[in-house]
Design a protein around this ligand. Sequence first.
Ligand code: SAH
Length: 251
Amino acid sequence: MKKTGTVYLVGAGPGDPDLLTLRAARLLEHAELVVHDGLVDPAVLALAPPAAELVSVAKSRARHTLAQDQINALLVREARAGRDVVRLKGGDPLVFGRGGEEAEACRFAGVPVEIVPGISAANGAAAAAQITLTHRDASSVVSFVAGQCKGLAEQDWAGLADKGRTLVIYMGVKTAPQIAEKLMGDGLAPDMPVAVIENACRPEMRVLRGPLAALPDLVVRERVKSPALIVIGEVTAREDAVVAQLMETMA
Ligand code: SAH
């Protein structure tokens, strides 16, 4: 009987291949089968050997794509057939990446699974935009939330973005107007500073800033597209971050 392969759940980081861990790069360079999401940058996929089989399980409305349980089944089936599988996910596999579900499916099926962390979009975007997520004087709590979550209206986020806190919203472009409305309805000041970072760590990155009340307009006027992060909190308006952006515009 063939030896069961291992499933490696690998974080591909936010875009730039230089932001892969060495472990991710090594696994990719020796991969025979790579199963990847749509968010994984083509420059990262290019590190796989030419003979490697690349399977996209990108989410797309336009075409038929695999449901999560079909992805789980694919990983298990390939590993049972004796192949090692590099399952590449944008950012970190365990931050809004369903890595937990895939690891569980593998464990349940008796397939060895290893998780390789990646730089999550929040860390990549913060570094690229020179926004500190914590600051001794300005923020001692950072929260990552999903803007597309079910029951947005029932969530209590205001406390997450109040004074001394930083709120990072993933998958929030479409729901930006509801998010802004909800946060202000929950008591957050309309002039609370916000930064939107689109395509962080990619050549086409944009960093947009404004007060919370102007977030819905900003997203429409600038035609912000996914992938983008919304960061809310005083840290986004600290002089160091704003000066860094000004210098970039002048360069
Ligand atoms: N596992 C990923 C998150 C997947 S959810 C991680 O750890 O980063 C997908 C969301 O991540 C996108 O909707 C967007 O909000 C964010 N995202 C991923 N890559 C990004 C990038 N390069 N720039 C800005 N946001 C990004």
